[in-house]
Write a protein that binds this ligand. Structure first.
Ligand SMILES: Cc1ncc(COP(=O)(O)O)c(C=O)c1O
Length: 392
């Protein structure tokens, strides 16, 4: 069995890589260890790179289309892993999930309509409704036993009058895996209130054992009938720069309306490398993914051990899926601006600022990305401890 190496440090600076090369514009300096943007510092898998190289041997890069092999690889992946049967045209290619959510917002809601999210959440979920003139409604998650949980009393109150609920399943930040009961409860409430549920499942494949991802539409008839699900190989195989995702809709009426809109937008043609890479990844990726998830799990444990040992005042929500953890520095009693300044200008690490996930309630929180060689993670944690261990 081939052993993949996730310890190698790969120089990404200078490759027009957002995580490393946007540091000066985003943080004002370029000497930071970037633990922010949600991609991984691991090599993209060899079988994906080989497929892209092979395709490049043909020297015409004209308009393309998804091949039968591409659809088979996607369908088989969804069936095997999540029990979703999609052999009757329930899938549509989309370039990216943020774009997909934007298309859904434009298709199913009007300016002024209310759109629900649960905070803290991936920032585009906040920005898309706001910037498109919808009314953003936020239901705050609670922290129970060190994990995020939905406050269903608040959720049910807030969902009233909304047209759409945008859900991160698993949840970003901190990879909370929503169980079938929670999803069924959401489906029940949203169906009663006539709310379309967007289930963004981009992190699903990265669910860490013993947790198990449950795809929203599979939990009940209500969920099947009111949902639009997005999935992608982009986080799973570290190929986010290729713009390759899929949309799944079980309900025929919803599907006809949305897929018609996507075709009108002209996004179905995709791009050559998006299809080539996704097919290679889904067809050959099980073993690479298994080894990579083992590695990620070690990184989560390393973070947990480090915090217990060296930074016990930092409270964490650790990922059950994917590689993003939520760190709360509020026990230091330091104002937001000063906290951010310490992390950037003293510790020299770039974390995501909690306020971007839902405003001033998260001023003491930061998201850290663990999708990197362990030595890099420990370097970042040592830098943080170097500043905060001595901070009372
Ligand atoms: C929940 C979630 N949705 C969507 C995205 C981005 O998806 P895409 O690059 O396909 O637009 C991310 C990236 O971090 C994410 O965490």
């Amino acid at each position: 069995m081939k052993q993949y190496n996730f310890d190698d440090i790969i120089e990404r600076k200078g490759s027009d890589c957002f995580k490393w090369d946007a540091l000066p514009s985003m943080y004002g300096r370029d000497d930071l260890l970037p633990m922010w943007v949600a991609d991984m510092d691991f090599r993209s898998p060899d079988f994906v790179m080989d497929a892209i190289r092979h395709r490049c041997e043909h020297e015409v890069l004209g308009y393309t289309m998804p091949s039968e092999g591409y659809w088979q690889a996607v369908e088989s992946w969804l069936e095997r892993r999540y029990g979703i049967n999609t052999t009757n045209g329930e899938l549509h290619f989309i370039p990216g999930i943020v774009a997909g959510i934007a298309y859904a917002l434009l298709c199913f809601t009007n300016p002024g309509d209310k759109v629900l999210v649960t905070t803290p959440v991936y920032p585009p979920f906040l920005n898309l409704p706001k910037e498109s003139g919808r009314m953003l409604v936020c239901s705050q998650l609670k922290i129970e036993n060190g994990r995020f949980a939905i406050d269903f009393d608040d959720f049910e109150q807030k969902v009233d009058g909304c047209k759409m609920f945008i859900m991160s399943n698993p949840h970003n930040p901190a990879g909370t895996v929503w169980g079938a009961d929670v999803l069924r409860h959401i489906a029940d409430i949203c169906k009663r209130h006539n709310v379309i549920v967007i289930s963004d499942e981009i992190h699903a494949d990265l669910t860490l054992s013993p947790h198990k991802h449950v795809s929203y539409s599979t939990v009940s008839d209500d969920a099947r009938s009111n949902s639009i699900t997005f999935m992608a190989p982009s986080k799973t195989f570290n190929i986010a720069g290729l713009g390759s995702s899929v949309c799944y809709i079980a309900d025929e009426a919803l599907r006809k309306r949305f897929f018609g809109w996507l075709d009108a937008l002209g996004v179905a043609g995709g791009n050559i490398f998006a299809f080539t890479a996704a097919e290679a990844a889904f067809a050959n990726g099980e073993e690479w993914l298994r080894q990579m998830l083992d590695y990620l799990k070690e990184n989560v444990l390393a973070l947990q051990a480090f915090l217990n040992d060296r930074l016990p005042k930092v409270k964490a929500v650790l990922p059950e899926a994917s590689y993003l953890a939520w760190l709360d520095f509020s026990d230091y009693g330091i104002p937001h601006k000063e906290l951010a300044d310490k992390l950037i200008n003293e510790a020299r690490v770039a974390l995501n600022d909690g306020t971007t996930f839902g405003g001033s309630d998260y001023e003491c929180c930061f998201r850290i990305n663990l999708g990197c060689p362990k030595s890099m993670l420990l370097d970042a944690l040592n830098r943080i401890a170097g500043v905060f261990q001595t901070t009372k």
